[in-house]
Structure formats: structure tokens, C-alpha cells
Design a protein around this ligand. Structure first.
Ligand code: CS2
Length: 509
């Protein structure tokens, strides 16, 4: 985060010593932070973790009896250095600015994080922390791409140079899998019960996937540890949800100028929040249900609903909105045509694939999504939504297309999703919107995406030949017929994105 240009004289710097002097309408921790210990170690302290899990823990800590469930954050990436410094200066406190759709704002200080370890500075201390018997739950928000699987086959990628490094140097690892393995090995050898690994990323069956990936790593490393982890470690699946835009200078200025707090990295989020977790913990767990989370025996239908409607809906608005020239989700969804397109995509192409859920009305759920996306106080940038699309779209949208093709091979319901995939091709190829304005693209696979997409003029199916993302879609005629039509329309510079969307909706009657 950058620094504040002008610091108002009345504003108070956020740290433990100043907590009692903060403005009275700001909610501050009502518990004694010095009594907490870190039963939870969290890898990947991005905005989402700070708006979601850390907030649930903060809520739980407000009532006595949960002191063992403080959080120690871990940053594995060099990019986390700035965050490590800021959190330390602020005694690991930060502000959460909750913005309701009607303009109401609630400001609170989250106190559940009590330490942060920056791995590049000292890997051993991270391994020791994870191996410490006090650590009962290790949670992860390492993004969809962090799980290191091939999106089409689901196989763990053993060719990743960082994984190769970690298998050869388990005492000085780089990846999440290396650190977890080193720590679990130490626990097994020292007779310490294992921790639960709790994934908080947007992957269906995130617990199952985490277990498969970790075991694929350990299989290459140590047979005895493999067996121990397979039998003893639990990996509960979970559905996580709270829209958390990227923090901007405006957020910091709002806190300093309007609220009176100098916070170098505040977090802003929507008021809605949801966390549904499978109750499968091998070494105790916090009573997150007392803080509003739900424990269930099977989270699968919740995960699928959320990823295929909310996350996919974001990507639909993100890619089409970017090509149209919009900047934020609320700007896109308040355009009636975009809202209609999103709704039709959800109703016709996704909903028929979803299971029914006790107590959840899918029509209400979709209405709520449109309301949440329309929140004018959450300026969620399309650049954030389109960030790492190569890790997201296979799970969010391409799986839906595959399922529709399998369900109804002669007339699959795939047209609206296919236009989004064709838009992604144009986006990766031209890297500008339909008016020629450069797009802010950030994707680990950006080069490959560009390379394949830029052959579209010669071979309309070129982009689909990235089989790691699209599987066999290039060979399925019922898909390629629709896709070629979508490519023709998107690449026709005389057609606007909106006219293409309108035509697609009209053809549905
Ligand atoms: C977004 C998510 O990154 C994305 O594409 O869809 O970050 C989304 O905002 C969260 O999953 C909301 O819970």
C-alpha cells in the first residue's frame, strides 16, 4: 500500500497502545489480546482472509473461552514483505470497513491476528510454528492457482520448478506443500498430533483437492509420512463468501480523514458474509458457528452453487464488461443488458445443473447476487475479477460448459458461456477493449494465452487448443459450432459487445 499524502492532525495511528483512544463509534476488540495464543496458522493473508476468517475469529474472541484460537499469519511470497512490515508496525491490527448497499458504513478493528511470519526471511521459524503442538488448524487462502494442479486433468504438477526445489530441499521450502510437509513430518516424528488443513479458496471440494495435492507431493517424498497424513490429517471442505475489493488509497484516506485512523492497509468489504464448513477437524476447532459460520456434514451443493453462480457471474461481467469498457462490477451490473445477460446465463445455463439445497431458494440466491454486485459502495474492479482467469475459468465456467455438453449433446445450453470464452480469447489476443483502450491483464499464463489467442485469425479454434484449460472442447463439434459463431461476432469490429449480447439474448426468445 502506498502512504497517505496528507495526514490529518486529529487522526490516530492504529496500534495496540492507541486502541482505547480511537473514535468511539469504531468497534474495537473487547478481549485481552495479550492472553491469546495462535491455535490457527494462516497461509495467504490477503484481503479476503482479513475480511472473512479473521473477522469470524475476532467475533468469536469477543466472548470468553476461545483464547487459544488467535491467528498467526504467514506470508510465503516475496510480495508479502510490505504487508509483513505494516502488520508489525500496527501490532497486527487492521481496520475493516464494512460497506452496506444503502450507504451505511461500519468500521471495526480486527484483533484476531497476533503474529505474522514472513517466510523468505526465516523459513525455519515458519516450519517450527506449523510444527508447534499449539497449532491445531492451518488454514489457506493461496488462490485457485496456488494448488498446483493441471486445470484439465486435476493432476498435481510435478514439473513446477518450485515443487522440484521443495522435494529436494524440504528444510528450506518455497511452496505451501513444502512447508506443510516439513511441518507434518516434524509432528509425526515428535509424536505430536497433526493439524487440520482448512482450505478457504474457491475450488469445489477444496478440502478433497488440498488433500489430493498434498498427498501427491508427499508420495514423492516419504512413504511413511504419506500413510500418516492420509490416515490422520483432516481436510474439511468449505464454501467461503464475502466480496472484498482491492484496497485503494481512497480507503486509507477515508479512514484518516473521515474516521480519524491512520491505517496503512485497511480492508473494505461488503456486508454480506457466509462460511459453510464440513465438521471434520482432527485436532479440535474453534466454535466458528458461534460467530455466524455454519457447520454441515456435506458442503458440496453449497460450493457448487457459489462457484458456478457468484464466481462465474463475476467472470461473465468481468470479461464482457472489460471489453465493453466498464471498470467495476457495479458499473457493469447496473447496465440493464448486462444484468439481463447475467441472469439468463445463471437461469438457463447454470441452475439446471445445481442440486437442490434444503433451506436455500435459488431464485432468492440469484436475486441477492445481483443486489450484492450492484452495491455502489463496493468498487470491485474488473481487473481484480479477471486477475488469474486461467486459474479461475476452468472451475467457474468451463466445467459448466462440459456438464451441459454431456447432459444434452444435441442442443446444449452453452451459448452465453461460450460468448464469454470467445471474449476471453479476444481479451488475451488483443489486450485492449473494443474501443482500443489497453487492458490491465495479470495472469501467470498470460504469455501462453496470448500466443494461442493470437492465432485465431488463421485458426478460429486456436485458443481452445490450450488443452490444459479447455480439455477436449476443440474436438466437440456441438461446442465448436457455437464457439466459431461467437468468435466471428467478437472479432467483428463493426459489432459492439452489447449488440452481440443482445443478439444472443434475442435468439433465446
Ligand atoms: C471473485 C471472488 O476472484 C474472483 O473472481 O469472484 O474473489 C469473489 O469476490 C469471492 O469469492 C466472493 O466470495
Amino acid at each position: 500500500m502506498s502512504n497517505l499524502s496528507h495526514t490529518p492532525s486529529h487522526a490516530i495511528t492504529l496500534n495496540q497502545a492507541n486502541l482505547d483512544s480511537l473514535p468511539k463509534d469504531v468497534k474495537v476488540p473487547q478481549y485481552d489480546r495479550s492472553k491469546l495464543s495462535a491455535g490457527i496458522v494462516h497461509i495467504g493473508v490477503g484481503g479476503f482472509h482479513r475480511a472473512h476468517q479473521a473477522m469470524y475469529v475476532d467475533q468469536l474472541l469477543q466472548s470468553p473461552g476461545s483464547e487459544q484460537w488467535g491467528i498467526c499469519g504467514i506470508g510465503l511470497l516475496e510480495a508479502n514483505r510490505g504487508l509483513a512490515d505494516i502488520l508489525k508496525q500496527q501490532d497486527y491490527l487492521y481496520s475493516l470497513v464494512v460497506r452496506h448497499p444503502d450507504g451505511k458504513i461500519e468500521n471495526q478493528i480486527i484483533g484476531s491476528m497476533i503474529d505474522f511470519l514472513f517466510a523468505p526471511n526465516d523459513k525455519q521459524s515458519v516450519i517450527d510454528k506449523l510444527a508447534n503442538p499449539e497449532t491445531k488448524v492451518v488454514s489457506l487462502t493461496i488462490t485457485e492457482g496456488g494448488y498446483n494442479f493441471n486445470p484439465a486433468t486435476g493432476e498435481f504438477d510435478l514439473t513446477n520448478p518450485d515443487i522440484i526445489h521443495d522435494l529436494a530441499n524440504i528444510d528450506t521450502p518455497i511452496t505451501t506443500f513444502g512447508f506443510l510437509t516439513a511441518a507434518l513430518k516434524a509432528r509425526m516424528e515428535n509424536g505430536i498430533a497433526p493439524f487440520t488443513v482448512q482450505s478457504c479458496d474457491n475450488i469445489q471440494h477444496n478440502g478433497v483437492v488440498t488433500k489430493q495435492m498434498l498427498l501427491a507431493f508427499i508420495e514423492q517424498y516419504d512413504a511413511k509420512l504419506y500413510e500418516w497424513v492420509d490416515k490422520k490429517v483432516s481436510f474439511p471442505n468449505a464454501m467461503v463468501d464475502r466480496i472484498t475489493p482491492v484496497t485503494t488509497d481512497t480507503d486509507m484516506q477515508y479512514l484518516a480523514n473521515t474516521v480519524g485512523i491512520i491505517d496503512q492497509w485497511p480492508i473494505t468489504c461488503e456486508s454480506f458474509t457466509q462460511w459453510v464448513i464440513e465438521d471434520d477437524f482432527c485436532n479440535g476447532r474453534p466454535n466458528w458457528d458461534q460467530a455466524g459460520a455454519q457447520f454441515v456434514s456435506d458442503v458440496t451443493p453449497y460450493e457448487k452453487m457459489k462457484i458456478r453462480l457468484l464466481n462465474a457471474g463475476h467472470s461473465v461481467l468481468g470479461l464482457l464488461g472489460s471489453l465493453h469498457g466498464f471498470n467495476t462490477i457495479d458499473e457493469s451490473v447496473t447496465d440493464p443488458l448486462f444484468a439481463q445477460y447475467l441472469r439468463e446465463f445463471m437461469d438457463a445455463e447454470v441452475t439446471p445443473l445445481l442440486d437442490t439445497l434444503d433451506g436455500i431458494d435459488l431464485t432468492d440466491y440469484k436475486d441477492t447476487l445481483i443486489e450484492r454486485f450492484s452495491n455502489p459502495n463496493i468498487k470491485d474492479s474488473l481487473a481484480r475479477i479477471c486477475l488469474e482467469s486461467s486459474a479461475k475459468l476452468p472451475k467457474f465456467i468451463i466445467e459448466t460448459v462440459h456438464e451441459n455438453l454431456a447432459k444434452n449433446p444435441s442442443s446444449p445450453k452453452i451459448e452465453l458461456a461460450t460468448i464469454v470464452l470467445a471474449a476471453w480469447c479476444y481479451y488475451s489476443d488483443k489486450q485492449v477493449d473494443k474501443q482500443g483502450k489497453p487492458l490491465d491483464i495479470s495472469d501467470q499464463m498470460a504469455e501462453t494465452l496470448h500466443q494461442f489467442a493470437s492465432k485465431t485469425a488463421k485458426d478460429k479454434l486456436a485458443f481452445l487448443r490450450i488443452t490444459d484449460l479447455f480439455g477436449d472442447l476443440a474436438n466437440q463439434t456441438s461446442f465448436t459450432q457455437v464457439y466459431q459463431k461467437a468468435i466471428d461476432a467478437i472479432y467483428d469490429e463493426s459489432l459492439s459487445i452489447k449488440s452481440i449480447m443482445q443478439t444472443a439474448l434475442n435468439s433465446k426468445g
